[in-house]
Design a protein around this ligand. Structure first.
Ligand code: ASP
Length: 278
């Protein structure tokens, strides 16, 4: 069984943005599906790279700037053999997921932040850009809206290997230096080899206090849909948070749960395709 699952952020999407968001996550699934023959890691990174270029999502291009007007981005990629690369508060690169991948492949570390992360990324061929290129007029107009459209994906390849990848501009009107859950393995995304994987979206301050992704994977014995819902219910009970989670088990069965108004998500597996949430 092979599969790709994608989420495009949990929040309250205005009617006018919902069709574009669903189209975006479906197209991203197709991109990942086509890349799966290169392996789960490559497929997961291709999905996130694609969404970082889509102006409908708060990742890469069109990230939410902080209150100073500066874009500071977080990203993470992880494989089921526990290779991990993460970056946080990263400025002026076009694809933060490429920086996270460079950390995983070349750094001998797992997590780099700020100027050091940027310097390392550029040394490894990650494409620089200006702050202005990351901020769009449309995204600024959406500042007033309660939409946290971070992106995340799970890939399962023919060899049964899994990878997760996520990227985010963080929350609207965030404080300079604020980092969310996205670079934190176990919180934003997690994989247990032979069991399955989860990726989360929503308010990072809530997600990181309950290790939401790791919690969802731990409940996979209930089945993916129930695992996702149970993880969200536990978060609500513990911290009263707002988030969503997409889960895939190693058989390619997929489920999702969210307690926000919307969470556009999609999946393609050998068994079929689906999703929804907006
Ligand atoms: N989880 C992200 C953060 O808190 C935001 C999101 O999912 O939209 O930075």
């Amino acid at each position: 069984m092979v599969g790709i699952a994608v989420n495009g952020g949990a929040g309250r999407y205005p009617e006018a943005l919902r069709a574009d968001a669903i189209r975006g996550v479906r197209r991203a699934c197709e991109v990942g599906w086509d890349a799966l023959e290169m392996g789960a890691l490559e497929a997961a990174v291709s999905v996130v790279r694609f969404l970082e270029s889509d102006p409908n999502f708060n990742a890469g291009r069109c990230s939410f700037p902080n209150v100073d007007g500066t874009v500071e981005m977080d990203a993470m990629v992880m494989t089921d053999d526990l290779r991990l690369g993460a970056v946080a508060a990263l400025r002026e690169v076009r694809h933060p997921i490429d920086a996270a991948l460079a950390v995983l492949l070349h750094s001998g570390n797992t997590f780099l932040v700020g100027d050091g992360a940027r310097r390392f990324a550029l040394e490894h061929g990650v494409e620089p850009c200006s702050n202005d290129e990351l901020v769009s007029r449309e995204q600024l107009a959406r500042w007033g809206l309660d939409v946290d459209d971070t992106v995340g994906t799970i890939a399962l390849d023919r060899g049964g290997r899994m990878a997760v990848a996520l990227s985010s501009g963080g929350t609207p009107r965030k404080r300079p230096g604020r980092v969310g859950d996205v670079p934190l393995a176990g919180s934003s995304g997690y994989i247990v080899k032979g069991s399955g994987a989860a990726v989360c979206t929503g308010v990072g301050e809530d997600i990181m206090r309950v290790l939401l992704a790791s919690r969802a994977v731990a409940h996979l014995g209930d089945g993916p849909e129930a695992a996702a819902r149970r993880a969200i219910a536990e978060m609500v009970e513990l911290v009263g948070g707002r988030a969503g989670v997409v889960v895939m088990d190693v058989e390619g069965r997929v489920g999702a749960g969210f307690n926000t108004g919307q969470m556009p998500w999609a999946f393609i597996t050998d068994a079929g395709e689906g999703g929804g949430g907006a």
